[in-house]
Design a protein around this ligand. Structure first.
Ligand SMILES: Cc1cc2nc3c(=O)[nH]c(=O)nc-3n(C[C@H](O)[C@H](O)[C@H](O)COP(=O)(O)OP(=O)(O)OC[C@H]3O[C@@H](n4cnc5c(N)ncnc54)[C@H](O)[C@@H]3O)c2cc1C
Length: 406
């Protein structure tokens, strides 16, 4: 093991977790973390929440200080991109001209934003949020403008809408589907969020797509498929993300809108693992192949990937979970709740504290909780340890925590 060189490509949530798990498991060989961003690895969730609002500063985003990497002998190569993998010689090429040998390789390259592709979309008034720099640029811009159009009613777009309203700006959200967050939440929850945003002064345009953007004397004009137009100062687009799979694809690894991995996070090369947003995997809780974009998936897959690099036997079988903060509603999602046939609501929507449980074939497949963290935790535990019917959940609503432990 001491002569081994393990290289991790992508210094984000999954990349840092792979490195930490390797060292925590006693790996004592050379460990190199390569990242194309020129800053220490940082958390992304606050970029559309507290950081954008100005509640926390850059230092709070960092996973670990520089000294951590030194202490752990993790060699950081930041601000340089990996441009190619040569599997036959087990080397990778960096944009800066260097070549690195590896014994084992981990790909944790994440995603990049999907760009708006309508007429006129390429201009400096259109913002996106994926990186710290994106969030800083938007934060600075928000201080100067009054009217913000948000394209995309998914998590990122809606979190930005909530922050922007808190900053007192006029906000219009355009969502091409007929409901908010339609890909990932139930229609009941979409409705709750539509009401929440409208109550907070957001103008919501559902089922409306942007066809054209024009900039004239610092005013951005938006034209939609419904022949509506809007004048605003900036656009923030949150219309999804694309997996950074190109170097894997070019190296001949199997990819399908993400790097395909098995439950040990192994790619189609036994010396290469992958973890996080850049991967697709068969998920037992979803009952299908998925690409998840969440901290949970990045962290848990990274732990498994590190174990696999060390020939360990960890497998990825964690209940998926996710959270989103908008105004005073903290949403926690357990499971993948799109393919249900029955549901049960506990608590009152009007009290801003409730959970919706989802069932398929009378088996609990997950729950969405609003300001109800104990329920969220109990559901995750239940889903990890047993199968529960709707009747069982109903009968144990008063003490799900104890039911989870039974
Ligand atoms: C604004 C925002 C808000 C979010 N909010 C939440 C939330 O509330 N809850 C939640 O669970 N999740 C949230 N997420 C998602 C979460 O941040 C991601 O799931 C998580 O960061 C994924 O980690 P990762 O390591 O797979 O990818 P990333 O964190 O994206 O890291 C990948 C890194 O690899 C680098 N890279 C890519 N290609 C190369 C290359 N060829 N060479 C070198 N480096 C490369 C990238 O630049 C990046 O630094 C949010 C994401 C965003 C953008």
């Amino acid at each position: 093991m001491t002569g081994d060189v393990f290289v991790v490509v992508g210094a984000g949530q999954a990349g840092i977790q792979v490195c930490n798990s390797l060292r925590n498991s006693g790996f004592s060989g050379q460990l190199i973390l390569v990242g194309d961003e020129a800053i220490l690895p940082y958390q992304r969730p606050p970029l559309s929440k507290s950081f954008l609002l100005g509640d926390i500063d850059e230092q709070r985003l960092l996973f670990r200080p520089q000294s951590h990497f030194e202490k752990q002998s993790i060699e950081l190569l930041l601000g340089t991109k990996v441009i190619a993998i040569d599997r036959s010689s087990r080397t990778i090429s960096l944009e800066c001209g260097r070549t690195l040998n590896y014994t084992k390789l981990a790909l944790t390259t994440g995603t990049r934003v999907r760009l708006l592709d309508c007429e006129g979309a390429v201009n400096t008034q259109v913002h996106y949020i994926r990186s710290l720099n994106d969030s800083i640029a938007l934060r600075n811009k928000l201080a100067e403008v009054e009217r913000v159009a948000i394209i995309g009613g998914g998590f990122v777009g809606l979190e930005v809408a909530a922050v922007t309203r808190k900053l007192g700006k006029a906000v219009t959200v355009y969502e091409a589907e007929d409901r908010l967050m339609g890909r990932v939440v139930s229609s009941m929850l979409s409705e709750f969020y539509s009401d929440l945003h409208r109550e907070n002064g957001v103008s919501l345009c559902l089922g409306e797509r942007i066809d054209k953007v024009e900039v004239c004397d610092n005013t951005v004009q938006i034209y939609t498929n419904k022949q509506h137009s809007l004048d605003c100062d900036i656009i923030v687009a949150g219309i999804g993300a694309i997996a950074n799979e190109e170097i894997a694809l070019e190296a001949g690894l199997s990819c399908d809108r993400g790097i395909i991995v098995d439950n040990r996070c192994l790619t189609t090369d036994p010396d290469i693992v992958a973890a996080g947003d850049c991967t697709v995997h068969y998920n037992q809780f979803a009952g299908k192949t998925v690409r998840l974009e969440s901290v949970q998936n990045a962290v848990d897959q990274a732990k498994v990937a590190a174990s696999t690099m060390l020939s360990g036997d960890l497998v990825y079988e964690q209940v998926p979970w996710f959270w989103s903060d908008q105004y005073d509603a903290k949403l926690q999602i357990a499971g993948i709740n799109t393919d249900y046939d029955k549901y049960l609501t506990a608590g009152r929507v009007g009290d801003n504290r409730f959970s919706i449980f989802y069932f398929k074939d009378d088996c609990l497949i997950g729950a969405d909780s609003i300001n109800d963290p104990s329920c969220h935790m109990a559901v995750r535990k239940i889903m990890t340890t047993k199968s529960a019917s709707m009747t069982q959940i109903q009968e144990n609503l008063d003490d799900l925590k104890s039911f989870a432990k039974q």
